[in-house]
Design a protein around this ligand. Structure first.
Ligand code: ADP
Ligand code: MG
Length: 351
């Protein structure tokens, strides 16, 4: 995949420590030109600090950062070909939308006519044509975020940094903006580095993503790789929902004393006397709890040999009555062996 693609951002063993706190801890990664890359992780895992290091608002305590092959150690933010969109928009309240978007061009003394033309193009790109004369206070949250995006893109930076830009929007609008952001990124072809703690957002939008935990990268890959082959227990738990099976239960099911993860939607609920085929793992249990969730139902199954597994089934045929009546029933759980994910101590993306 890396063949022939030029690298926009490179971290080589980058750390940023604040006293005792290792905000970023020996991170190495390469971001390609034109890709949509997400940094996903819980609050405090070092995502914002990584963005600030790229932007030049922070300097590494150790390691090196290059932008398009050029070391940026000591290079101030305004000399980097990078722009940032923040969650709180940071628009100038006294300026109208057009002046907000054109601000970067005004600073560069671009003539008024060209400025107006490019502002118009940008407002079209973010689907706000004709709103140049409004004040930010006259816009909705979603519209303000589009203005912030237009303002950040007007100088054609080679890398755009976005720090939880949709965090303040409600779910429906957020999902709509996710699709739109991705389509804008594809049209302008600029490298987007997108920070979020929302795993669904990262899976939906990214070409590749890095999962952060305590200043380190736990896993780096495409959404499908990270979701389908989580390499650590942290990733299995943070990206989607996973059952983690360990100890005696793991040995009994697979024959090996290795902990594994299995996704709830991969497990089938079958009658207890269903024969197990060679390509499947199986385990008997009793349905202890049923939660009907409209589109699907979540079952908590207590295993005969200790522990429990969560199973999710789509309500293709069953009604809520059917689903709830399953409580207390004996079942056999089966899943394809290929869906079992051994979890070890493998770390990728660093070094
Ligand atoms: P995230 O964006 O993933 O929530 P941050 O990069 O903001 O995480 O922070 C990572 C860790 O570094 C946190 O423990 C945070 O408190 C700490 N940190 C970030 N910036 C500073 C700072 N300027 N001074 C001291 N600690 C900081
Ligand atoms: Mg942050």
């Amino acid at each position: 995949m890396a063949e022939g693609r030029s690298i926009a951002v490179r971290f080589s063993h980058v750390s940023r420590h604040f006293g005792e706190v290792k905000a970023v801890d020996d991170v190495s990664l390469e971001l390609y030109d034109g890709e949509f890359f997400s940094m996903l992780g819980p609050s405090g895992s070092g995502k914002t600090t990584c963005l600030r290091l790229i932007a030049g608002f922070e300097q590494p305590s150790a390691g090196e950062i290059t932008l398009h092959g050029r070391s940026v150690v000591g290079v101030p933010p305004y000399e980097r070909d990078v722009n940032t969109v923040f969650q709180d928009y940071a628009l100038f309240p006294h300026m109208n939308v057009g002046d907000n978007v054109g601000y970067g061009l005004m600073i560069k003394r671009v003539p008024k006519r060209e400025r107006q033309e490019r502002v118009r193009e940008m407002l079209e790109l973010v689907r706000l044509p004709g709103l140049a004369d409004r004040k930010p206070s006259q816009l909705s949250g979603g519209q303000r975020q589009r203005v912030a995006l237009a303002r950040a893109l007007i100088n054609h930076p080679s890398v755009l940094l976005l720090d939880e830009p949709l965090g303040a929007l409600d779910l429906k609008l957020r999902q709509q903006m996710q699709i739109e952001l991705k389509s804008i990124q594809q049209r302008v072809g600029i490298t987007f580095v997108y920070v979020t703690h929302d795993q669904e957002e990262a899976l939906t939008m990214s070409d590749r993503l890095a999962v952060f935990n305590q200043g380190k990268i736990e896993q780096l890959g495409t959404p499908a790789e990270v979701y389908e082959r989580p390499q650590t227990e942290f990733v299995a738990g943070f990206v989607g929902v996973s059952n983690i099976v360990r100890g005696d239960a793991a040995r009994k099911i697979t024959g090996e004393p290795v902990p594994f993860s299995i996704r709830p939607e991969k497990i089938r609920l079958c009658p207890p006397d269903t024969p197990t085929t060679p390509d499947m793992y199986s385990e008997e249990g009793m349905i202890r709890d049923v939660v009907y969730l409209g589109m699907y139902t979540r079952y908590l199954v207590e295993l005969m040999d200790g522990g429990d597994l969560t199973v999710v089934e789509q309500n293709l045929q069953s009604t809520s009555m059917d689903a709830l009546a399953a409580k207390g029933r004996r079942v056999k759980l089966m899943w394809k062996k290929e869906f079992n994910r051994p979890i070890g101590v493998v770390r990728t993306g660093s070094g």
